[in-house]
Design a protein around this ligand. Structure first.
Ligand SMILES: [Zn+2]
Length: 110
C-alpha cells in the first residue's frame, strides 16, 4: 500500500465526495499521483469493503479558470471560463472593474 508523502495533501483529497458506482457507498482515496500541475490520478476504494470491494482509478483535471491566480505559474496554461472572458471583455471596454479577480498591477510612477 502506497501512502501520500504529505499527510495534509491526503486530507485535502479525502474531502472530495465520490460514491461507489456499484453500491453507492463512499469511496475512499487511497493514493493519488500527479504528473502535471492541473491533472491528478486518484486510486479509489469502496468503503463497503466486504460486501462490494470495488476499486478504481479516477482522473481529476482542472478544466477552466474562474479567477486568475495572484501568483500565476508560467508553466500552467488553463483556458479562462466563458464567464471570465465576458468579464475581461467588459473590463477592457471600461464598463466594469475586475480588481478583485485580477493580480494587482505593479505600482506605476505617478
Ligand atoms: Zn461499492
Amino acid at each position: 500500500m502506497t501512502e501520500p508523502n504529505d499527510e495534509n495533501e491526503m486530507h485535502e483529497v479525502s474531502r472530495l465526495r465520490f460514491d461507489c458506482p456499484h453500491c453507492g457507498s463512499f469511496m475512499k482515496v487511497r493514493t493519488s499521483k500527479t504528473h502535471l500541475p492541473e491533472y491528478r490520478e486518484l486510486y479509489l476504494h469502496c468503503t463497503n469493503e466486504f460486501k462490494c470491494g470495488y476499486r478504481c482509478k479516477a482522473a481529476l483535471s482542472v478544466s477552466e479558470t474562474l479567477a486568475p491566480s495572484y501568483c500565476p505559474n508560467p508553466d500552467v496554461d488553463i483556458k479562462p471560463s466563458p464567464w471570465l472572458m465576458r468579464r475581461l471583455g467588459l473590463e477592457a471596454q471600461g464598463q466594469i472593474r475586475l480588481g478583485e479577480f485580477l493580480p494587482p498591477k505593479k505600482e506605476s510612477q505617478q
